[in-house]
Design a protein around this ligand. Structure first.
Ligand SMILES: NC(=O)c1ccc[n+]([C@@H]2O[C@H](COP(=O)([O-])OP(=O)(O)OC[C@H]3O[C@@H](n4cnc5c(N)ncnc54)[C@H](OP(=O)(O)O)[C@@H]3O)[C@@H](O)[C@H]2O)c1
Length: 255
């Protein structure tokens, strides 16, 4: 039976800045047990967790080494009691906006590893470790309109987000048709709207000769059309809690 969710345990990547940090704050305010992952720690999250009596585990690690991150998550989950649980794959990065032919290989590789390889391996670890829990388990992949609409100058990011969308569709099929009688997990790749974060600063600050769409991102900012991270996080968490979460494995917060 479908029902709205109040997860006990939330694993969140990219919790140090932007949308991820706003999600972390709101989850701790709701008293969730949060495992927050990013390369940098945010000491204010520790203080908030103490104030709210919420459990916070903060890992500083580079998701570019996705197998190591997934192995650590599997080990950690094996020590957790069964509970309603969520994995939010939020961390991502952009390469410098430019045609692919001008990209640097190391940077392009990091975009793919952090934005696609890590979510896929973390999802595998999460689904495997929690498979016998019998609880409500959800995977939320933070996608983008750019996974569905191509934009010159952001090929690696477009590939990452299209990949997230399609792996979410495939996993949704696997989890909804369990022949072993176990309760399947639900998964959604959600485009969160356009949010006023460092990523937007990078897009509107890019070299216009190599990234003409920078002007459009500049206009979104000057026209006040960016959502604040707090508001975006509120909408994302409302979506995550929906009874019909997973009915559409690829979705957009803007409806
Ligand atoms: N902003 C928008 O308008 C927009 C629009 C559509 C979709 N999105 C999506 O929304 C999500 C959040 O974006 P945002 O705008 O909040 O981005 P952001 O402000 O740039 O934050 C990115 C987060 O990812 C983490 N991260 C980056 N590289 C990492 C690595 N190698 N290992 C571990 N963590 C890493 C960063 O933490 P550290 O630097 O501490 O590692 C940071 O917490 C992303 O999936 C993005 O694609 C954003």
């Amino acid at each position: 039976m479908l029902r709205a969710m109040n997860p006990k345990l939330v694993i969140l990547t990219g919790a140090s800045r932007g949308l991820g940090r706003a999600l972390a704050v709101q989850l701790l305010q709701r008293g969730r047990h949060l495992l927050a992952i990013a390369r940098h720690a945010d000491p204010t999250l520790d203080a908030l967790a103490r104030e709210r009596g919420a459990a916070l585990s903060a890992w500083t690690l580079d998701l570019a080494d996705a197998p190591a991150a997934a192995a650590r998550l599997a080990q950690w989950l094996a020590a957790q009691p069964s509970a309603d649980a969520v994995l939010i794959n939020n961390a991502a990065l952009l390469s410098e906006p430019a045609p692919l032919r001008d990209g640097r290989d190391a940077e392009l590789s990091a975009v793919l590893r952090v934005g696609l390889e890590a979510p896929l391996l973390l999802s595998a670890a999460f689904l495997r470790a929690t498979d016998g829990w019998g609880s409500d388990r959800r995977v939320l992949n933070i996608s983008s309109g750019l996974g569905r609409r191509a934009m010159a100058g952001s090929a690696s990011y477009c590939a990452v987000k299209a990949g997230l969308d399609h792996f979410s569709r495939a996993v949704a099929l696997e989890e909804s048709a369990r022949s072993d009688g176990r309760r399947g997990a639900r998964i959604v790749a959600l485009a969160p709207g356009v949010i006023d974060t460092d990523m937007q600063v990078q897009l509107r600050g890019a070299d216009r000769a190599r990234f003409p769409d920078g002007a459009m991102f500049e206009a979104l900012h000057t026209d006040g059309r960016l959502t604040t991270p707090d508001e975006a996080a509120r909408r994302v968490l409302a979506y995550l809690a929906r009874e019909d979460f997973g009915a559409e494995p690829v979705a957009d917060i803007r409806g």
